[in-house]
Design a protein around this ligand. Structure first.
Ligand code: LLP
Length: 421
């Protein structure tokens, strides 16, 4: 469920009419709903009620400071994957003890930043990383709390570019070698082993792969405890998918996911962490864009928008589908047309949808890409020197620009000219 609905024939974000934002900010832009963000966080938090747990929002999905603060105020922890994300989480007021550091290639500088600023735990992904972490912690005179990310060799049944839990993927250590690596960890002076971490992929549409992975984690917990390790925390990763089309079969709800977690892992009395990103932010944001031209091709019509692949790369990168809807609700029986929906960038890959049937559109009309809140703004670039588009946040009948559009001068002035020119 989200809060982007037609009211009196006009698409609204909560109680704000989209054309009102366009009038003040100009298209294109992203707009997020506070109510949807809040609702989605709460769904996860409620789903794990009764277990000692922390929902660590995977901020790679959408990391604007206003989004982070909204979630932080609800008590969210954060899953970060870079020094920059760590700094963002701290700047949003998230205490170190609610920040989890994931990622396959943490640098010494990032480790130092997190250990001096405060950290809940590092999710370690390899033996060399663990050795470096131990050394950095020892230099700082502390012990680094860690889980080790195990790769359970489970098929997440999702797009190949976002599946992470098979043995051919670069993530984690093979679960078959876990005992050996935990023994190594216990012998390192700067390491404090506290748990196990697993994340098998993103946009999962079924519970079964999660359950298979979590069963393996449950078995491993017992084995490692028998080996003498004090396993007291399980980080279960993120990955629960969202409906990208209205017609699609809906993926499982956080409630079902939570019930499964309790069933498979509840008896272990571990503290549970989860790292959802997409399910919290995905349907909490839309991308609003204006039609520049409608172009008649030889055998097709092109809807040329002012948003492009640099603003939303998911269709070009993952063949992802986003519903595209007119901001002004079409009248019943209005004419329909079939378009290739494209942006102005000089690449054929700058195509949002091929052969998409929708209400007939004209130059100047506004459209909304639904489900664009996660992995939208954060993956955008200034390719073709197209300024990063603004982000707007709505709360009831209020809206605010939470990242403004840079001017051309601001973009150009980031470059510097060598003295020899
Ligand atoms: N935890 C870890 C360790 C992750 O690598 C990820 C996502 C998450 C949590 C959050 O997963 P989520 O709940 O959002 O599925 N750019 C791609 C998605 C990449 C996901 C990367 N890792 C897309 O646009 O579909």
């Amino acid at each position: 469920m989200d809060h982007f609905l037609y009211k009196n024939g006009v698409l609204h974000a909560e109680d704000v009419a989209i054309p009102d934002i366009v009038a003040s900010v100009g298209a294109p832009f992203y707009v997020y709903s506070t109510a949807t963000l809040t609702r989605h966080f709460q769904l996860f938090d409620d789903a794990l009620a009764g277990m000692d747990h922390l929902v660590c929002y995977a901020m790679k999905a959408a990391s604007n400071q206003a989004i982070l603060q909204t979630l932080a105020k609800l008590g969210a922890g954060m899953d970060v994957v870079s020094g920059g994300e760590y700094a963002r989480a701290r700047a949003a007021g998230v205490p170190g003890e609610r920040i989890v550091f994931s990622g396959v290639g943490k640098t010494r500088d990032e480790m130092r930043l997190a250990m001096t600023g405060g950290i809940r735990q590092f999710n370690v992904e390899s033996e060399p990383e663990m050795a470096v972490l131990s050394a950095v912690a020892t230099e700082l005179g502390v012990k680094a709390p860690i889980t080790i990310r195990v790769n359970p060799d489970v098929d997440a049944k999702t797009h190949a570019k976002i599946a992470t839990g098979k043995s051919e993927n670069k993530f984690g250590i093979p679960i078959s070698r876990a005992r050996e690596v935990y023994a190594q960890a216990a012998a390192l002076p700067g390491i404090d082993v506290i748990g196990i971490d697993v994340h098998i992929g993103s946009q999962l549409s079924q519970l079964e792969p999660f359950e298979l992975a979590y069963q393996k984690v449950a078995e491993l917990t017992e084995t490692l405890r028998a080996d003498g390790h004090d396993i007291r925390r399980l980080d279960l990763g993120g990955g629960l998918g969202i409906p990208y089309t209205r017609s699609n079969e809906a993926p499982p709800l956080p409630t079902d996911y939570g019930a499964m977690v309790k069933r498979v892992l509840g008896h272990l009395n571990c503290e549970i962490e989860i790292e959802p990103g997409r399910l919290i932010a995905g349907n909490a944001g839309i991308l609003v864009s204006q039609v520049i031209y409608v172009k008649e091709g030889e055998d097709r019509k092109f809807l040329i928008l002012d948003a492009a692949m640099n603003d939303l790369i998911r269709p070009a990168m993952y063949d992802a589908h986003h519903d595209i809807e007119p901001v002004i609700e079409p009248q019943a029986g209005a004419e329909r047309a079939t378009y290739d929906v494209v942006g102005p960038v000089c690449e054929s890959g700058d195509t949002f949808a091929k052969g998409r049937e929708m209400a007939q559109m004209n130059a100047g009309d506004l459209v909304a890409f639904r489900s664009a809140g996660a992995y939208g703004a954060v993956m955008s670039s200034e390719y073709n020197t197209r300024p990063l588009i603004p982000e707007v946040m709505v709360n009831g009948s209020k809206f605010a620009v939470i990242r403004s559009r840079p001017s051309f001068d601001e973009i150009i002035n980031r470059d510097t000219i060598p003295e020899w020119l």
